[in-house]
Design a protein around this ligand. Structure first.
Ligand SMILES: [Zn+2]
Ligand SMILES: [Zn+2]
Length: 149
């Protein structure tokens, strides 16, 4: 749970833990008092926007490479940028926590019922990275290594 205080990954001030009723009951989120950015621990995004497709897209198969300048405020790991609709969110590669800038939550909540624009090419690339990483040391990657030589 978000009991430990964390610092905003953008402005490095201590974030406030608030229970926001407009997002539904019993959801504690960390908000930066300076930039109004929001930190969500793993699973909290799903409670907030209630769209499984979008949350899965944003937090699963996110690859191994970091395309974000931010460092995870929770575990200090690298983060990656994931995009849904016109909203780019930062997702921690390790703990899968999510950083949302002030206006990004609203953008995610406005994702239309009939689905959202997913960048399938980028997603496929990230799945491939994970797949190659997982299969390192297996026969398959030996096969690919042989092809590269
Ligand atoms: Zn901030
Ligand atoms: Zn993290």
């Amino acid at each position: 749970m978000s009991s430990e205080k964390i610092e905003c990954p953008r402005c490095w001030v201590e974030m406030k833990v608030v229970e926001e009723e407009i997002f539904g009951p019993n959801i504690e989120i960390d908000i930066c008092p300076k930039c109004n950015g929001i930190w969500l621990d793993r699973g909290e995004l799903k409670k907030l926007i209630k769209d499984k497709e979008v949350t899965d897209y944003l937090t699963k198969d996110i690859g191994l490479k970091s395309h974000s300048p931010l460092i995870c405020p929770r575990c200090r790991n690298l983060m990656d940028l994931e995009k849904a609709e016109d909203v780019e969110v930062d997702v921690c590669l390790k703990c899968r926590g999510v950083w949302l800038d002030a206006d990004e939550l609203q953008g995610l909540k406005e994702v239309p019922e009939d689905g959202f624009d997913a960048d399938e090419d980028a997603k496929a690339q990230e799945r491939w990275e994970e797949y190659v990483h997982i299969s390192k040391g297996t026969k398959l990657s030996k096969f690919f290594n042989r092809l590269k030589r």
